[in-house]
Design a protein around this ligand. Structure first.
Ligand code: NDP
Length: 326
């Protein structure tokens, strides 16, 4: 038996609770992992609260991230005792996830725990941090360099935003943080932002084109914010879009793309090919100051993760939540 969060949906409703689970209930897979830590991402918040259609099979153990030690494996790349990390691949959505003491997975989904990080640090990064790195890689791939000018990070005090700021600042970019929490300006500056601006500047319907300011941007918010960010991006600038914290809609015009040659680079972490994941984790090892992970994250237990899911969706959680499942 082992402990985990279980999401159930039946006649009595949608609910998440910590339960004793039986190993026989674990899904099929060729690697069994003794999980040490998981995390709470925005998507886990949607899954636990039922506020978004993330979970597609019930009952479900949520948790799109996990770190742990292989207990049993018939996968050629892994053997008992190996430390591994998992992000995405539908885990916590269609396959039992990381918010439990055990998981059984397809070994192809795993990556070795990067030597630069402890298990807790890997989860302080988690999907949010790995996605932030994918956004930075997208900016680089499209030619954005520190000397080109300011990079805007939206949803700055959240998980993706916090890690994006820390990485971009370490790489020498000038980072402007857009937040709905101006009271967190000191936190954002300590991560490396040179200026903090109000989220409200971007939240309302705007013009097709505005004054050019950003050489690049990392957007986790979507909706009017993404539209206004594109409209104020400089000629040939690049916007990496990965999130929908304000909505799935994109009420924009094509003006920034056809008149200023702006690139909108979509970023997905879930099905991202293994080779790029390995690059992202390797780059996190060199381009993220691990000392900042202490500021960015805090640790909670399994039971505490359930009420925190709702706070996270309300934008009340700063940085990242690491969940010690034991
Ligand atoms: P967090 O909840 O940690 O951060 C989101 C931040 O967005 C909040 O902290 C807040 O920042 C801002 N925000 C929240 N609500 C609103 C709103 N209504 N309007 C404007 N801003 C808002 O989530 P994560 O960082 O984990 O994830 C951010 C987004 O990225 C989510 O939408 C998530 O689904 C997406 N994501 C996508 C991935 C992919 O593969 N494409 C992978 C990981 C995440 P502040 O208070 O500073 O304004």
């Amino acid at each position: 038996m082992f402990k985990g969060i279980l999401i159930e949906k039946d006649e009595s409703g949608y609910r998440a609770s910590v339960q004793e689970l039986d190993e026989a209930q674990l899904p099929e897979g060729n690697v069994t992992v003794r999980v040490s830590h998981s995390t709470l991402n925005y998507k886990d918040g949607l899954a636990i609260t039922g506020k978004g259609p993330v979970v597609r099979k019930f009952p479900m153990v949520p948790g799109i991230d996990l770190v742990g030690v292989v207990e049993e494996s018939t996968h050629p790349a892994y053997q008992a005792g190996d430390s591994v990390v998992l992000n995405g691949w539908g885990v916590g959505e269609v396959h039992w996830g990381g918010l439990a003491q055990k998981a059984r997975l397809n070994g192809d989904w795993l990556v070795p725990l990067p030597p630069a990080f402890t298990p807790q640090q890997a989860m302080a990064i988690g999907t949010a941090g790995y996605t932030a790195m994918l956004c930075v890689l997208a900016l680089e791939r499209h030619g954005v360099r520190p000397e080109h000018g300011e990079i805007l990070v939206t949803g700055a005090a959240g998980g993706v935003g916090s890690v994006a700021i820390a990485v971009l600042a370490k790489l020498g970019y000038t980072v402007v943080a857009a937040t709905g929490r101006p009271q967190d300006a000191d936190y954002l500056k300590s991560l490396g932002a040179t200026e903090v601006v109000e989220r409200a500047l971007f939240s309302s319907p705007g013009k097709p084109l505005g004054k050019e300011r950003w050489a690049g941007a990392v957007d986790v918010v979507g909706s009017h914010v993404l539209a206004n960010v594109c409209a104020t991006t400089k000629y040939r600038g690049v916007v990496a879009a990965c999130g929908l914290a304000a909505g799935m809609d994109f009420p924009a015009t094509v003006a920034p793309f056809i008149l200023r040659g702006v690139t909108l680079a979509g970023v997905d972490s879930v099905m991202c090919p293994r080779a790029e994941r390995l690059v992202a984790w390797q780059r996190l090892g060199t381009d993220l100051d691990v000392a900042k992970l202490g500021q960015i994250s805090r640790e909670v237990g399994l039971a505490e993760a359930i009420p925190l899911a709702d706070s996270l969706l309300k934008g009340e959680v700063r940085g990242r939540i690491v969940v010690d499942v034991n």
